[in-house]
Design a protein around this ligand. Structure first.
Ligand code: 5RP
Length: 235
């Protein structure tokens, strides 16, 4: 493993440990998706092995499998209206805790679980913290039936959509069987407006722009994690 990668992994692990320290006995925990969340699953499994009793709901089939393999009791979110706490990674996050998510393709389920939680904690290495969102592409989950229509509507909003492919060059499919358009919007100046504009397009099942869901952030700094909260102002 390269030194830079090892440094990022240390930051991810530190952020994940800090978030998992907030988990209390008896909680139902929403478990996000991605490499940072994999550290959170490991930290949660460690606490469960020490006697903590929690139940997890996963935002992806992948996270569900990893959590079960780690020994965490998992249930299907379809049977839950709420969870107690959600923990998830981000692709980019700004100082107001607005984020781009979905490089792992799970943004639709991630947003639903975030909405079901009174508190959502983002965990990230320091590379994810940006002044302004938009360097990462914004993933949009699209019903395959509506692909061309949605592409045109996204272009009208100023985006450059690109259909995501899997490693074999076939159309990428989410856990729901939908496609993903990775959309370049350049630097995003009006995140809430863009999020609302995308949500209003028929055929878009969900998107990775999170403008008000994230309550707190642990961002790794070396072996420790810095804590931030969403500022209390609108927009
Ligand atoms: C998946 C996500 C992930 O949380 C996001 O892509 C961050 O992943 P990683 O921790 O691997 O960088 O939104 O849909």
């Amino acid at each position: 493993m390269s030194g830079a990668r090892a440094d990022l992994d240390r930051e991810k692990a530190a952020a994940a440990r800090a978030a998992v320290a907030e988990v209390r006995d008896g909680m139902i925990v929403g478990i996000g998706t991605g490499s940072t969340v994999a550290f959170a699953i490991a930290a949660l499994a460690e606490r469960c092995a020490q006697g903590l009793r929690v139940t997890g709901v996963a935002t992806s089939l992948r996270s569900d499998a990893i959590a079960r393999a780690a020994g965490i009791a998992m249930i299907d979110f379809a049977d839950r209206a709420t969870v107690d706490l959600a923990i998830d990674g981000v692709d980019e996050i700004d100082g107001r805790l607005r984020a781009i998510k979905g490089a792992g393709g799970a943004m639709l389920r991630e947003k639903i679980v975030a909405a079901a939680a009174p508190r959502m904690i983002a965990i990230a290495d320091s590379r994810k913290l940006v002044d302004r969102l938009g360097q990462a592409p914004l993933p949009v989950e699209v019903l395959p039936f509506a692909r061309r229509f949605v592409q045109r509507r996204i272009e009208e909003l100023g985006g450059a959509p690109h259909m995501r492919e899997d490693a074999a060059g076939s159309p990428y499919r989410t856990d729901q069987g939908n496609g993903v358009l990775d959309c370049g919007f350049g630097r995003i100046h009006a995140a809430a407006e863009l999020a609302a504009g995308l949500s209003a397009i028929p055929g878009i099942m969900g998107h990775g722009l999170f403008v008000g869901e994230i309550d707190a952030l642990y961002v790794g700094r070396g072996d420790t994690a810095e804590y931030r909260e969403r500022p209390n102002r609108p927009g």
